[in-house]
Ligand binder design. Structure first.
Ligand code: NAD
Length: 461
């Protein structure tokens, strides 16, 4: 483990609404992290031996406990990250739903079998990996953590959870609520920042790291795992394009773009990060998107603040750089006066591929728009870049939709619904957006390792 000499001893969270102090929590250092991993390790054997049915029953009880505290956790989340109250509660309830889902899926997570000959058989046994480190972000902290924790625990792993330093109180309280319903040591929560995360993920006694967060962190975690041999899954950043075809209603397309770019103030991994709109409908589309941005900016019930001023600086940096390079602000684009870290819903036109706002994940309420001469041009530009999380196309043409499926190198391709997707769905992010399944039934496969058992008869005596 590396030294914690330069790491801060505590984290103080400031309100994104008014800059007031929400609270302060300690950062776990080397000793605390070692103790947390040792606790999870010491429980791993017994928990792995607990029957899947019993693990499912216990996880169901943990889900029920979370439901009982949903309002409390949602309020804490809103205070720490600024998430709108309804969305924060929705996030907690999504976490409850995911825990219930894994409680049911865990016991029926089954293997495969193969007959080599009439008297020989191979079959697979899915075994827990051991100690799983779950390293989670702040933008939907309960829902994301619940998924990783639920899948890890129901498959017989024990977990060390390191929630984000931007919502440590939410993470710590989630840990208390769930741990109280689980056998001691099955879930241990440590609070702290990147250094605490580094200590957890570089521990030689961690068998798997499940990281949801930024691409840079995911890459650092993957590098550390080369030393420890831990299995890693990474659900990382995106730069999702929205391609708008000429044959759709421009007002509806603008509504889709606004939902994609401005929900949770653009702080969603699959937010719309860049828009390519067909010239034939560009003007009414831009007018409707601008009006919708202004409507949202005027109402704090519709637009959350950014999580903190550090993120606001990044977001505004992308916007000012785009404007300096020829982008035109149609809405927003200015840092508001006052405390806190609010940022207006921003629409930019005349954006080009070279701009950081088009190339990188901005993670703010910004819709940078590029007008294109045809659907093919939009698709070609949408396919560029280092990320491969998700993409959306809005089109009435089956041929164009199929072309998008074939040409966009993303884990999730959505046609005509910017946040579309079946409940319980999972996808594999591509390229710099990560690797492995972080959600859905497939996450149970990631949380286990397969042993193949081959059995045949001894020769007759
Ligand atoms: P982040 O990577 O900065 O932080 C996430 C977690 O990693 C935190 O707990 C943090 O303390 C920890 N961490 C930071 N540096 C570390 C290190 N070197 N070693 C170990 N742990 C370390 O990400 P964030 O800012 O909290 O979250 C926003 C990002 O998460 C965005 O890029 C967003 O797209 C992404 N995200 C992706 C998904 C997905 O499913 N693909 C879902 C939600 C968020």
């Amino acid at each position: 483990m590396t030294t914690t000499a330069t790491a801060p001893a505590e984290i103080t969270v400031l309100s994104p609404h008014d800059g007031s102090v929400v609270g302060t929590l300690p950062c776990a250092g080397e000793d605390e992290v070692r103790a947390a991993v040792a606790t999870a390790r010491s429980t791993a054997r017994d928990w792995a031996r607990t029957s899947p049915e019993e693990r499912g029953r216990i996880l169901r009880a943990a889900a029920d406990a979370l439901a009982e505290h949903a309002q409390e956790l949602a309020e804490l989340n809103t205070r720490e990250t600024g998430k709108l109250a309804g969305e924060a509660l929705g996030g907690v309830m999504a976490g409850v739903g995911t825990l219930h889902q894994y409680a049911e899926l865990g016991p029926v997570h089954r293997g495969r079998s193969l007959r080599g000959s009439a008297l020989a058989a191979d079959w697979t046994v899915a075994e827990p990996r051991g100690v799983v480190a779950a390293i989670t972000p702040w933008n939907d902290p309960v829902a994301v953590a619940a998924g990783l924790l639920g899948a890890a625990i129901v498959t017989g792993n024990t977990v060390v959870h390191k929630p984000s330093e931007r919502c440590p109180h939410t993470g710590a309280r989630l840990g208390e609520i769930l741990a109280a319903a689980l056998p001691e040591g099955v879930l241990v929560t440590v609070t702290g920042g990147p250094e605490t995360g580094r200590l957890v993920t570089s521990s030689p006694d961690v068998d798997m790291v499940a990281h949801v967060g930024s691409t840079e962190t995911g890459q650092a975690i993957a590098r550390a795992a080369l030393e420890t041999g831990a299995h890693v899954i990474r659900e990382n950043g995106g730069n999702d394009p929205l391609v708008v075809d000429e044959d759709v209603d421009p007002a509806w397309a603008a509504e889709q773009a606004a939902i994609g770019a401005f929900t949770n103030a653009g702080q969603i991994c699959t937010s719309v990060e860049r828009v390519y709109v067909h010239r034939a409908i560009a003007e009414p589309f831009l007018a409707a998107l601008t009006a919708e941005a202004e409507r949202r900016s005027a109402d704090p019930e519709l637009l959350a603040p950014l999580v903190d001023r550090r993120l606001r600086e990044t977001v505004h940096g992308h916007v000012t750089e785009a404007v300096a390079a020829g982008g035109t602000v149609l809405a927003g684009g200015e840092v508001p006066a006052g405390e806190g870290s609010a940022y207006p819903a921003t629409v930019l036109r005349d954006c080009t591929q070279e701009m950081t706002v088009m190339r990188e994940e901005t993670f703010g309420p910004v819709a940078p728009v590029c007008v294109v001469d045809g659907f093919e041009e939009g698709l070609r530009l949408a396919a560029e870049g280092r990320y491969g999380l998700a993409a959306t196309v809005l089109t009435g043409s089956i041929a164009h939709a199929q072309q998008a499926v074939a040409e966009l190198g993303v884990g999730t391709l959505k046609v005509n619904n910017v946040f579309g997707g079946a409940p319980g769905g999972a996808a594999q992010p591509r390229r710099d957006s990560g690797s492995g399944f972080g959600y859905g039934p497939e996450l149970l496969d990631e949380m286990t390792e397969v042993k193949v058992v081959h059995v045949e008869m001894p020769p007759a005596r």
